[in-house]
Design a binder for this molecule. Structure first.
Ligand code: ADP
Ligand code: MG
Length: 247
């Protein structure tokens, strides 16, 4: 077991529970009875090779694929099978794989889009918080997203998701296409998010990057969890690379 921040007792309701979830796309079973848990205040990484099912898992949690079987609970509330916008409203923010920004829309437009479900006063508060957290975005409010650097685009994708005021943030391979130094600067925002009560589920295929920022991790292979443990413990486990990531 990992160390849990004493502010969150072991008996507290978990932020997110994924229980025995199966997702099919057409005839294919992509997630196959997958279970995991994210406690309030944790950063948990889902590690897996390309094609393991990480994106499908995050999309299933976000309501973009309906699970065929199983349960998903956000602070004890069942959310599986609900439409994506309701899941966003319930408190799940999703930073999709590849960021999915609109290249011709400005930074300000993206923040506006992210905040459209929140009441105006709250939206203004969230926007101010985003600009404090990502000062570079504040300097580029009128700039089109397509002209930002890779790191800035990733920050914008995260800020847009945070504008939905989530309690759980799903981050799908934010390291893609970024230099390790830039990735670390993205990960450096995690402690701030934790302080704001946001718990993080991060998908990564890089062992080193994936475990740097995490409290715990799960290794996924062919849509199933095959290993789990404290990040420090998995970093020492040769099976992670030899069997699951090294192919
Ligand atoms: N829309 C889709 N149609 C068919 N197969 C898909 C689709 N999305 C994902 N898959 C398959 O599901 C598996 C898991 O994919 P994905 O969740 O994207 O993995 P990861 O994010 O870990 O790379 C892969 O075998 C992939 O080819
Ligand atoms: Mg993926």
């Amino acid at each position: 077991m990992s160390e849990v921040d004493p502010r969150w007792g072991a008996d507290a309701v978990p932020a997110l529970v994924v229980e025995n979830v199966t997702t099919r796309i057409g005839p294919l079973t992509i997630l196959d009875g997958l279970s995991l848990e994210l406690r309030a205040g944790e950063v948990v990484t889902v590690l897996g090779a390309n094609g393991a099912g990480k994106t499908t898992l995050l999309r299933t949690i976000a309501g973009l694929y309906p699970p065929r079987q199983g349960h998903i609970r956000l602070f004890g509330e069942s959310i599986e099978g609900r439409p994506a916008h309701e899941i966003t409203r319930a408190g799940i923010g999703h930073v999709p794989s590849g960021r999915e920004l609109f290249p011709r829309l400005s930074v300000a437009d993206h923040l506006e889009l992210g905040g459209r479900l929140s009441p105006p006063a709250r939206r203004a508060e969230l926007r101010a918080r985003m600009l404090a957290m990502f000062p570079v975005l504040g300097r580029r409010l009128g700039q089109r997203a397509g002209t930002l650097s890779g790191g800035e685009q990733q920050m914008l994708a995260i800020a847009r998701a945070l504008m939905t005021d989530p309690r759980v943030l799903l981050l799908d391979e934010p390291s893609t296409g970024l230099a390790p130094k830039i990735v670390l600067s993205v990960f450096q925002t995690f402690p701030m998010l934790r302080e704001q009560g946001v718990s993080i589920l991060l998908a990564e295929q890089s062992l080193t990057l994936g475990l740097t920022a995490a409290d715990r991790a799960y290794v996924v292979d062919q849509g199933r969890i095959v290993l789990s443990g404290a990040a420090a413990q998995l970093a020492e486990d040769h099976r992670v690379v030899d069997t699951y990531l090294g192919r």
